[in-house]
Write a protein that binds this ligand. Structure first.
Ligand SMILES: CC(C)(COP(=O)(O)OP(=O)(O)OC[C@H]1O[C@@H](n2cnc3c(N)ncnc32)[C@H](O)[C@@H]1OP(=O)(O)O)[C@@H](O)C(=O)NCCC(=O)NCCS
Length: 379
């Protein structure tokens, strides 16, 4: 392992002066980074369970090759003593700017953590600056994203906060499968069916094929760039892997068999994620019929009934349904459904949690529209 002086930071603590080294994690350090992420973000789960889950997720296609990069600050002389770490996970994007529309690979930064004992010494700041330097240099990516839980913390390093809307509703306590099925039967012209893991690749390629012309046609203000995260199958597979691991821990290993629902007649579908840890049923992607807003809205009513049916089939696990970056058809469908079923959808901005942030390479400041940026775009 080599380093130069600019890769090092010295801090003064109650225990004395400590020198820390920045670097991309070695395989041994990666195992320590997993432990640090577990300690920081998932209290209440035994360390070996979390580390084992991390190792399994690490095998999924999204993270293969250069799909996941780990960086850390470790104590000079004892490389296994990780003090601060983060990881960056591959994203496939479509970018539209003055140069036209083009696919790009970028990264989403997540699991930024400093051990409690060493917080407030500028370590995470140092790490973010070093990582930004790498992305601007050897990494050569056009931009990076992250979803911040610590407000403005990342702004000085170039990550600007973007609007992060979401809509959610509590699952009505008295709703039953029978009620939901009867409601669906009231609209026989828009039949739906649930989709399984084997349908995802085909749905994603259809989704991406339809998305590109929408990106090209998007009514973009002058001097504004459009960034779209592509709904690639690997992204959904990662989420299913995560849900399965959570199911192994808390739901007796129940398979994640239903991953979404489709209304073929309306060419509209949604994919979802069983967020068993947060007890939230996340709609991870809504693919509308771009040519027919009214039909999309009516189809979404039916598809949301399917989502509710799946959510309640996990007994009392899920408390609410959450949709990021909702389009007007989603809002319209939820208004119809809420009136009908007696719930009030809650629209809000994600501030203080998962607040979307984006940094263009070399800290270039651009007006940016980030669309679509639904739950699938996050890790
Ligand atoms: C956020 C975190 C990584 C900062 O690490 P650190 O090494 O202490 O960071 P630095 O010393 O470089 O900077 C500390 C700054 O972070 C700010 N900060 C820390 N936690 C914060 C929070 N929850 N909300 C807002 N700001 C926060 C501090 O106010 C401080 O700001 P200041 O320099 O203006 O006083 C660390 O507190 C941590 O691991 N927190 C738990 C995990 C987490 O929330 N990670 C971020 C996920 S997006």
């Amino acid at each position: 392992m080599t380093s130069n002086q600019s890769d090092r930071i010295t801090i003064n603590t109650a225990d004395g002066t400590i020198e820390l080294v920045f670097g991309e994690a070695t395989p041994e350090q990666k195992a320590e980074c997993f432990k640090q992420a577990g300690r920081t973000f998932v209290r209440g789960i035994p360390e070996d369970l979390w580390t084992n889950a991390e190792e399994q997720l690490d095998l999924l296609p999204l993270l293969q090759g250069k799909g996941c990069l780990h960086w850390c600050l470790y104590k000079a002389g004892t490389p296994k003593e990780i003090v601060s770490s983060l990881r960056a996970i591959r994203r496939e994007l479509l970018i539209r700017d003055a140069q036209g529309v083009r696919p790009e690979t970028s990264y989403d930064i997540c699991f930024v953590a400093t051990d409690e004992k060493y917080r407030g010494h500028g370590l995470a700041s140092f790490l973010m600056r070093k990582v930004a330097e790498w992305f601007d240099g050897p990494g050569a990516v056009p931009l990076t994203t992250l979803y911040t839980a610590v407000g403005q913390f990342y702004v000085p390093f170039g990550w600007d906060l973007l609007p992060a809307p979401q809509v959610s509703f509590d699952l009505p306590p008295d709703v039953s499968r029978g009620i939901l099925q009867r409601k669906r039967e009231e609209s026989p012209s828009l039949p739906t069916r649930v989709v399984g893991p084997h349908d995802v690749a085909d749905l994603c390629s259809r989704d991406i094929a339809q998305l590109r012309p929408q990106v090209e046609a998007y009514d973009l203000a002058p001097d504004t760039s459009l960034v779209s995260t592509l709904p690639i199958p690997e992204q959904f597979e990662w989420y299913r892997g995560l849900a399965k691991l959570q199911s192994d821990s808390w739901c007796g290993g129940r398979e994640i068999a239903n991953v979404g629902a489709i209304c073929d007649a309306a060419d509209t579908w949604m994919l979802w994620h069983h967020d068993l840890r947060k007890k939230e049923f996340k709609i991870s992607r809504v693919k509308p019929n771009y040519g027919d807003h009214e039909q999309t809205k009516q189809a979404l009513v039916q598809l949301l009934l399917c989502a509710m049916e799946e959510a309640i089939s996990w007994e009392a696990t899920f408390e609410k349904v959450v949709i990021w970056d909702p389009n007007p058809e989603v809002i319209g469908a939820l208004e119809i459904l809420g009136r009908d079923m007696g719930f009030t959808p809650k629209s809000e901005m994600r501030v203080g949690t998962n607040h979307t942030s984006l940094r263009w390479a070399k800290d270039e400041k651009r007006q940016t529209v980030f669309w679509p940026n639904e739950y699938y775009a996050y890790n």
